[in-house]
Design a protein around this ligand. Structure first.
Ligand code: URP
Ligand code: ZN
Ligand code: ZN
Ligand code: ZN
Length: 490
């Protein structure tokens, strides 16, 4: 066996176990895991280091127009470089349809831009803002066959939101064709109603964004999304869970046996509504939807990630600069309604959770691997090619120095945002060598990968969808009256 790379003496951590062994890599794939493997052409001593699966960030916005029509500050190059420096080796950003756009053109456009620039592997979720009959009957089945096996839909934002009838149509299509629907659950009318009253009274500072986006809007929409999914008997995934009320809705639906999946993000563990309450426009740097809540919500999100209510930890990296291209009001616009929503987090996602979760003893390293890598691969149809350390899996690995002290600052990060909400935060642990399909893409602070070397990952049927076909409710209206027998598909 002549390995291209051998990684020796590392402490290997997967979602299930931790052990010491060598890893032999050949042709981009893990070829052997054992004690005392022969030397590789490249031989790496990982003694004192932890060897983890490369992270998967299944919620990030890259080179995308937002729901409010603003362009992200990161393109597929800066975003994937930044991800790699933080230990992430696969991203699943969005190909975003806006109303009136044809889905095949949207997908082809994103695919082209990513292929030219990405330095790590990537897939896409399709954002669906215009579920016409043609989209449902023709375009969605086609993109699913092409390996885009998940869609994101919005219950809020005037330009993106679907009504409940449209949500049901999309859920039915996903069930038949084998895709997972991700839901941005916030009640649009509640938010609009509060926001209008705030603005009328001159309450326009960034902190009022967090008042308008009340946690009641999140939990109401979450509850409604669960009900819509239950009617159609399909799994769904609630994205960027922020409030303790929403965590409770998800937890109780799971206790009833419903196939409700959920993710949360760094901003809901490490920020609160106090952070957005800054003088002038400074609070805009902390403006995202849903907004971080109070300490009780922070604690509920921690508990949810630890106990399994929330299966994934993604960044929801939504990069906007602190200027008129993103966060700051443009022209005559002056209110919190006019700031881009979203915070950056692609590079610091894993180091923050490693330091504050694993090293502080709140979360096991196995759970860390599950919520940052393995569960993303399973949930989105990339397992076991991605998301684990096993013979036959892609050699996507990060070698972590668990003792490295780091002070987070925008100067050390590789995105194009120009600020970080975590400026000055001191953490411990950082990935020093990062491999993508056996290629050392980052080593000791240096990028080695070339623009365009990342590959599109064609994803298969998400595990929640496969599971639901076996365990779904035979008495649901779908199966009883509309004879949807998903077992006939695939
Ligand atoms: O505020 C956020 N999260 N902006 C990004 C868009 C989204 O809804 O995920
Ligand atoms: Zn099909
Ligand atoms: Zn969202
Ligand atoms: Zn998002």
């Amino acid at each position: 066996s002549n390995f291209d790379v051998t990684i020796r003496n590392g402490r290997i951590c997967t979602a299930n176990e931790t052990y010491y062994a060598d890893i032999g890599i050949k042709d981009g794939v893990i070829a052997a895991i054992a004690k005392s493997l022969p030397a590789g052409k490249q031989d790496i001593d990982a003694a004192g280091r932890w060897v983890l699966p490369g992270g998967i960030d299944s919620h990030c916005h890259v080179e995308q127009l937002s729901g409010m029509g603003m362009m992200c500050a990161d393109d597929f190059y800066s975003a994937t470089v930044s991800a790699a420096f933080g230990g992430t080796t696969t991203i699943v950003p969005f190909a975003a349809q806006h109303r009136g756009n044809q889905i095949p053109e949207v997908v082809a456009d994103y695919a082209k831009r990513a292929a030219e620039k990405a330095v790590i592997d990537y897939g896409f979720h399709l954002i669906l803002a215009d579920p016409t009959a043609e989209a449902i009957e023709k375009h969605l089945p086609a993109v699913i066959k092409d390996g885009i096996t998940s869609f994101k839909i919005y219950m809020t934002y005037d330009r993106m939101k679907l009504d409940d009838y449209q949500v049901l149509d999309v859920l039915e299509c996903a069930s038949k064709e084998g895709a997972l629907v991700m839901v941005h659950a916030e009640n649009n009318d509640m938010i609009r109603w509060i926001a209008r009253r705030l603005v009328e009274r001159g309450l326009t500072a960034p902190k009022y964004h967090a008042v308008a986006h009340t946690s009641i809007a999140e939990s109401e929409a979450t509850n409604r999304a669960v009900a819509l999914a239950t009617l159609v008997d399909v799994p769904i995934l609630i994205v960027h869970v922020a409030g303790q009320e929403a965590v409770r809705v998800i937890h109780s639906s799971q206790a009833l046996g419903l196939p409700i999946h959920a993710e949360s993000c760094p901003q809901y563990l490490f920020l609160t509504a106090k952070d957005i309450d800054l003088p002038g426009l400074e609070g805009a740097k902390f403006c995202c939807s849903p907004p971080p809540g109070d300490e009780a919500s922070q604690e509920a999100v921690w508990q949810g990630l630890i106990n399994g209510t929330l299966q994934m930890f993604s960044s929801d990296h939504a990069p906007y600069r602190f200027d008129e291209s993103g966060k700051l009001p443009k022209g005559d616009a002056t209110t919190f309604k006019d700031m881009a929503n979203g915070v950056p987090g692609l590079e610091v996602r894993m180091p923050l959770l490693f330091s504050e979760g694993v090293l502080k003893g709140r979360m096991t390293i196995e759970r860390f691997v599950a919520v940052t890598a393995t569960n993303h691969a399973r949930t989105y149809g990339m397992y076991p090619q991605k998301g684990t350390i096993a013979v036959g899996s892609d050699a996507d690995l990060a070698i972590w120095n668990p003792e490295k002290a780091v002070t987070i600052s925008t100067k050390m990060l590789h995105d194009n945002v120009g600020y970080t909400p975590y400026e000055g935060k001191q953490i411990t642990g950082w990935p020093e060598q990062v491999f993508s399909r056996g290629r050392l893409v980052v080593t000791d602070g240096k990028l080695q990968a070339e623009r365009g070397s990342g590959k599109f990952i064609k994803r298969s049927t998400p595990e929640p969808v496969l599971r639901q076909r076996l365990t779904g409710n035979p008495n649901s209206v779908m199966r009883k009256y509309f004879s949807v027998d998903p077992s006939e598909k695939h």
